[in-house]
Design a protein around this ligand. Sequence first.
Ligand code: FUC
Length: 804
Amino acid sequence: MKLRHVSLLLLATGPLFAAPEHVIWFDAPAADAINEGLPLGNGRMGLLLTGGVARDRLPLNEDSVWSGWPNPAANRPAAAKALDEIRALMFAGRLEEAQALVSATQTSALETADGHHVGEAYGTFQMLAFLDLAFRHPTGAVSDYRRALDLSTGIATVEYRIAETSFRREAFVSHPDEVMVLRFTASTPGALDFSATLSRPDSDASLTVRDDTLWLHGRFPRPEGPAALAYGARLAAETEGGSATLEEDAIVFDGCDTVTLYLTAGTNYRGHRAWPDFLGRDFAGDTAAALKAARAQPIDALRAAHVADHTALFGRLALDLGKTPPAQVALPTPARLAALQAGARDPGLEALYFQFGRYLLIASSRPNGLAANLQGLWSAASRESETSPYNYYTPWNGDYHANINVQMNYWPVHVANLSECAGPLLDLIEGMHLAGRATAEIQHGAGGWTVHTVHNVWGHTAPGWVASWGHFPMGGPWMARHLAEHYAFTRDRDTLEANWPALRGAARFALDWLVEDPATGLLVSGPAGSPENRFLLPSGETGYFCMGPTMDQMIAHNLFANLLEAAAALGEEAADPLLDEVRATLPRLAGPRVGPDGRLLEWAEPFEEAEPGHRHVSHLYGLHPARQIHPLETPDLAAAAEKTLAHRLAHGGAHTGWSRAWMINFYARLLDGETAHHHLEALLAKSTLPNLFDTHPPFQIDGNFGATAGILEMLLQSHRRLEEGGFELHLLPALPTVWPEGSVRGLRARSGLSVDLAWADGRLARARLTADEDCTFRLRLGDDIRTVKLAAGEVLELGPTLTP
Ligand code: FUC
């Protein structure tokens, strides 16, 4: 409450520079919208503030703007029919033949029922439109240019001076009012002369003028007719002074004192849960109503409602990792990043990067919209983009990759105190659950449901169209762990109950999918790969598949353990025979194995890796995100994990942003704060764009979220499950020496706990834990442990030791 009050106060007094620790800023317009634009969003709509002075072209986004259509024929019956033969060949050691059969059969069907390529029906996420602005400024040089995003308010500004006049633009995207707002002011009355319009180049969109509003709208050409996605964006303005004239294709402002642009956008898409009838939303009506309601409000009220909504989430967690020299803090963000790249320490930038991750989740994942995709919801590539050969293509289709990326997007959601932002993830998983039942049955001859590597907004749960990257049957069981995590953090029993069918269904699939290895009698997943990695077959050929790759085994292990815990919470144990199957299966699962060189085996055998520095480190799933490997519980496996990481890194691993972000989490879980921090710095130095977006390259948002989670993983861990039940809370498990002093307020831990921590001289100074409900847990600080029982609402205050 306090923080929210402060932010409102700051806003009311209209400071030019908000608290610098929460500001990303540039001293120039964006040369490239994706790399340098300032992202704003309300979970569904978004824009990139580019800040051009004479002309400006802002990409507008709406998260359901997707080409493609539902394609139930993607599930391929031939896949299930080939399974017995593939498994027999695998178990007989005839890997080349097995692999050829996997490649030939374990893909989606390559054509839709009416003869299109499966990829066309799969579609791609796309940017919606441009807001084009053309200014008629007084002549003179531009000075004092500043373009800034205040993460704490969700407001971005552009300021500059020409001759005697200071110009200012302010932009925000309101969640409560479902509107994008850009407000233009100038220090000289009547100085605002510009035009504004909407465009979607090289598309079927048309621009029409209705009353005083521009309406850009269209429908994708395929499939023909009402089965295609339709979209629209509205633009209207309110002015003070001067005139606003609606011309054929633009609103023209002459001599205005202030201009406020209101934009609303939507599509006929109804949401992840709407499977299989995804279309049918009255977006024309919704966008018109939202526009009208926004314009009817005083701008201050609209802005205050936005700030209140944003700060209610953002203000919950404060992080201080130490002081950066003021001269460095004063630099524009890209220069600050460059200084870090040149070797300067900048704990303030690390904290800013952390808060940017939280900001991005608030901006791209709210209950009104879809789950955050590979780009969150920001895409800027139209046909005119130089970086893409495709019309409106977003890298990797801007989709939901379920072999690490979408999961990574949500790693911070609970720990960073943003559990409400997990709503769209639950929607996404439910959509996967509904659509993925056919995949389990048709593709795998199994019950339950699953999803493979790639998922779109049309319910594609079949494998991709190439087996090497597309066949990943354990995608569903991996997604399902987020349902259990949701409960572990929130203790929200109703939500767990609602998610139980999906959680249970993922286990049903895994139980049916696992088969007995005749040589060991253990249960293994297969044919399966280790996401996107390859090994050398004895013949010299590249291999992808085996029986029982380590990641799959760990996913199954974690899912089964989670399911039993969830069942206990729901009182389901006695009633459900599936749980007996799970209990009987757990001890029969093939477990992680250490190879001759001391590393964890990635595949069933110590194959030679084709790419030893591969970006995925799937076989350490049990270290992070799951909990099968823990240095204090399974030291041998932890040592093997460490060797595995060292080997990957020595061969160029972690070269993509998300892979680097995973390293932070891995080393935090190994209780190695120094190395975790090294990877945070490396992420900032090598895989971060000037606007602090993570880059694969190109821009991909998962690394932002992965690092945000990783930083918290260095300060608090609560994943370790105790044999007697309950979790262990490990305070400052991986604090690096470069953060000797600091504090964090508003962390969340499993068991429904809020945690504040302060440290000095590299040691805990104070901790404060508050319980949502009655709970028992173990507290750890270094080697000290203590069992704690708290009643709902009870607060535990600790000094530098675990004794209160
Ligand atoms: C996974 C990764 C790639 C990329 C893609 C979107 O498949 O292997 O590096 O991040 O997702």
